[in-house]
Design a protein around this ligand. Structure first.
Ligand code: SAM
Length: 306
């Protein structure tokens, strides 16, 4: 009898951000085929389960996609209950659709267990709501994997740059300069706030903030490593208030000002209360603060500042 393949989203990193259903699938699995970014949830699999790493770390794929597809089919044909464990949600830049397609093609029963996508969770945990009716009514998830200057890019930069309030780029560390260039070229305001969040939701989370005109400089001064997500839009300014409170509650840093914050306390004058003025802030965040006040005053002008 054929086994079933469960395409399970592991969430953005910490094992406790997987869903209850995903955890149950892991407990029952005979074999878990996993990516690097999903490895923390492996602890939830039973000891008897075979664990197969198929890779997927920036620039280092262990196994080509076609072979991963074949492996899933083969294991299911052996009658095994297979969990295909993927970071975040399997269908957000996860090639889960291609794997499901291969299973359909081979007549293998499968189920999809959605996961908490890093596209939403990473900004959220860093104090950046992707929508907020004061300043963002739309959000787009964009791959940074595609070279924006490539001939025949599928990304409609001319419409994306000013047509969506909040832009979330995944896999875009290497291509950040090209992303910024495209957004500015297609009319996004240079003072639009931006944040690059590396290892979000984890204890080693790092956040670099600035604006479209300063973010590259900030990242050059405070290098970050994948995995990272870039958020562009006025919602980033909300982090100045929300990020601090979220962190204080979770026992993390009490403030995340200046161009960067790490997963350890950063105590500043601003960290002991609400900012009282730009002098309590540093570097790129002075601008965040200015923008946040503008939002508070409900003087929204689409894309004027993000
Ligand atoms: C191949 S995509 C997979 C996305 C995944 N399916 C999801 O829904 O989160 C990998 C990208 O997700 C983002 N990512 C995943 N986990 C992250 C984390 N903890 N912090 C920051 N970015 C993360 C990064 O942009 C990374 O390059």
């Amino acid at each position: 009898m054929k086994g079933t393949v469960y395409l399970v989203g592991a969430g953005p990193g910490p094992a406790d951000l997987i869903t209850l259903r995903g955890a149950e699938c892991l407990r029952r699995a005979d074999v878990v085929v996993y990516d690097f970014l999903a490895e923390r949830a492996l602890a939830l699999a039973s000891e008897r389960a075979e664990r197969i790493c198929v890779g997927k770390r920036a620039g280092a794929h262990c196994l080509p996609q076609a072979e991963i597809n074949r492996l899933l089919v083969t294991l299911a044909l052996e009658g095994k209950q297979v969990v295909r464990l993927k970071g975040g949600d399997p269908f957000i830049f996860g090639r889960g659709g291609e794997e499901a397609d291969a299973l359909v093609e081979a007549g293998i029963p499968f189920d999809v267990v959605p996961g908490v996508t890093s596209a939403v969770a990473v900004p959220g945990a860093a104090g950046i709501p992707l929508t907020d009716r004061r300043c963002s009514s739309s959000v787009a998830f964009v791959t940074g994997h595609e070279d924006p200057t490539r001939e025949g890019s599928r990304i409609a930069w001319d419409r994306l740059a000013t047509g969506v309030d909040t832009l979330v780029f995944l896999m875009g560390v290497r291509t950040l300069p090209a992303i910024v260039r495209q957004l500015l070229l297609h009319g996004r305001a240079p003072k639009t706030p931006g944040a690059v969040i590396a290892s979000g939701t984890r204890s080693d989370e790092t956040v670099v903030t600035g604006t479209l005109e300063t973010i590259l400089e900030e990242v050059a001064r405070h290098p970050i490593s994948p995995p990272a997500i870039t958020v562009v839009g006025r919602v980033v300014a909300l982090r100045e208030r929300l990020g601090r409170v979220a962190r204080a509650r979770s026992g993390g840093p009490v403030a995340a000002v200046a161009g960067r914050s790490r997963g350890r306390p950063v105590r500043t004058r601003a960290g002991r209360g609400w900012p009282t003025g730009p002098r309590t802030l540093r570097e790129g965040s002075a601008l965040e603060h200015t923008t946040a006040r503008r939002i508070g005053g409900a003087r929204k002008a689409p894309h004027a500042g993000g």
